[in-house]
Write a protein that binds this ligand. Structure first.
Ligand SMILES: Nc1ncnc2c1ncn2[C@@H]1O[C@H](COP(=O)(O)OP(=O)(O)OP(=O)(O)O)[C@@H](O)[C@H]1O
Ligand SMILES: [Mg+2]
Length: 439
């Protein structure tokens, strides 16, 4: 357009000169007139071009505005102007599409980071620039707090890892203790001056590892005792069979006792392993807790007689509950056995079961030894015994109440104990009548 106006200019000047000659009859005046008209026309043309350019610039600026509708550049004028407008519109459309794709990608990455159980933080030279929800919870910080690594992370070891990664441009891994948590972190440079920090809380994993290790140690130790007993008895038995048949008979009886103890221990371990698997929906059915109690009171009667402990069931009729029958049996059997074993001659055990709203409550009370306050929470742990020697003498390994706790938990119930040392204990189990998801 500009080029065309430049071509038009000499023509206009010529026309003006011709007019000037005609009007002024002097060639010099005519030339001056022609020059003035030419300049005026050129000025007018450049003002039009400027207005168009500014309109185009306004439209192009709207490309960056994500909220504006589809950006088109429209301009009237020559073919070249229209071509320019068309080209800019096409660039605008492709930019829009890229913006939309980037926004989608960003939303996807954010969703991913938001749902990550691992803490993720991004530090720029200004401080914290991003923290995903796991990190916000772990370090009690805002998503964007602009605080220094040390103020956000609260542990020099973690903040130093961020600085070291930034300064050396290398990935730095550290393990630190933050309060009662064991954290492992990895700092790496994400972009110039930006460091990404990924922090994992290993506390629970380490605790479980320790529990597993303890369990294996305890289980092996408990198994070792009866196995060693059986071995020693068998060795002596071979000799005694020839030399002292009476002694041999006693040994066989003891051998049988050790074997029973071993079998019980293995049974308990298997029960525990099964219960720890958690949810077991198949096999749940409506069971009358009253029936289970009657059967188990009967089952413990020989032991109770031997220990001279009276067991009474306050039978108030049926107490139906949706549960795994075997789990219910384990709960009642273990509580009853304990109430008889940790008792004294002449002692008493009372069992009750009743429905309360949507729950059934089972109570096993004894007037035996009682549980010291310091041990009350711990007796539900595996292998925990208040008096190791006494419990072992009674054939116990400290698994009974752990079995009860797991069986109750996977039915969504609760178990607890109240006790007065030297006077007795009451174990109370609450189960939802209609069963539940459990834990
Ligand atoms: N009714 C009770 N009165 C007093 N102490 C109890 C009673 N029930 C349990 N205890 C204490 O809690 C400990 C843990 O009980 P738990 O039933 O888990 O193990 P155990 O009876 O020793 O062995 P297991 O049941 O595996 O044969 C017992 O060793 C005992 O010290
Ligand atoms: Mg027991």
């Amino acid at each position: 357009m500009l080029r065309r106006s430049l071509l038009v200019l000499p023509l206009l000047a010529l026309a003006a000169a011709w007019l000037g000659v005609r009007l002024a009859a002097s060639p010099a005046v005519a030339m001056l007139l022609a020059g003035a008209i030419g300049l005026a026309v050129a000025g007018a043309l450049s003002a039009v071009a400027e207005r168009r350019l500014s309109r185009v610039a306004d439209r192009v600026l709207r490309f960056a505005d994500a909220d504006a509708g589809a950006a088109t550049v429209e301009v009237s004028g020559s073919r070249q102007w229209r071509r320019l407008a068309g080209a800019l519109t096409a660039v605008g459309a492709s930019l829009r599409q890229r913006f939309a794709e980037l926004a989608d990608e960003r939303a996807r990455v954010e969703r991913l980071l938001d749902n990550l159980p691992t803490a993720m933080l991004l530090f720029t030279t200004d401080g914290l620039a991003y923290a995903n929800p796991a990190a916000q919870e772990m370090f009690s910080c805002d998503r964007q707090a602009h605080r220094t690594p040390l103020r956000v992370l609260g542990v020099a070891g973690l903040a130093d890892a961020v600085t070291e990664a930034r300064e050396t441009d290398r990935t730095v891994e550290v393990e630190v203790q933050r309060g009662d948590r064991e954290l492992v972190a990895r700092a790496s440079v994400a972009a110039a001056g930006e460091v990404a920090l990924v922090v994992t809380d290993l506390t629970e994993t380490r605790r479980l590892e320790e529990v597993r290790r303890d369990f294996v140690t305890n289980a092996s130790h408990e198994l070792k005792t009866p196995v060693a007993g059986i071995q020693a008895l068998a060795d002596s038995l071979i000799l005694a069979l020839e030399r002292d048949p009476d002694r041999a008979r006693t040994m066989v009886w003891r051998l049988q006792q050790e074997a029973v103890r071993l079998a019980q221990l293995v049974r308990d371990l298997l029960d525990l392993a099964r219960l720890e698997e958690g949810l077991a929906h198949s096999g749940r059915r409506r069971v009358d807790l009253a029936d289970v109690i009657r059967a188990q009171v009967n089952g413990v009667s020989a032991l109770a007689e031997q220990r001279r402990v009276a067991v009474a069931y306050d039978d108030t009729g049926s107490a139906p509950v949706v549960a795994l029958p075997e789990d219910l049996r384990l709960i009642v059997a273990n509580l009853l056995e304990n109430a008889v074993l940790y008792n004294r001659p002449g002692g008493e055990v009372r069992v009750r079961a009743r429905r309360r709203g949507g729950q059934v409550e089972l109570e096993v009370a004894d007037n035996g030894l009682g549980v010291p306050e310091a041990d009350r929470d711990r007796i539900f742990e595996r292998f925990y015994r208040v008096d190791k020697a006494r419990s072992r003498a009674a054939g116990g390994t400290g698994l009974g109440l752990a079995i009860v706790r797991h069986a109750v938990a996977r039915h969504g119930g609760d178990v607890g104990v109240s006790s007065v040392l030297g006077e007795g204990s009451t174990f109370r189990v609450v189960l939802p009548v209609e069963g539940s998801e459990g834990r």
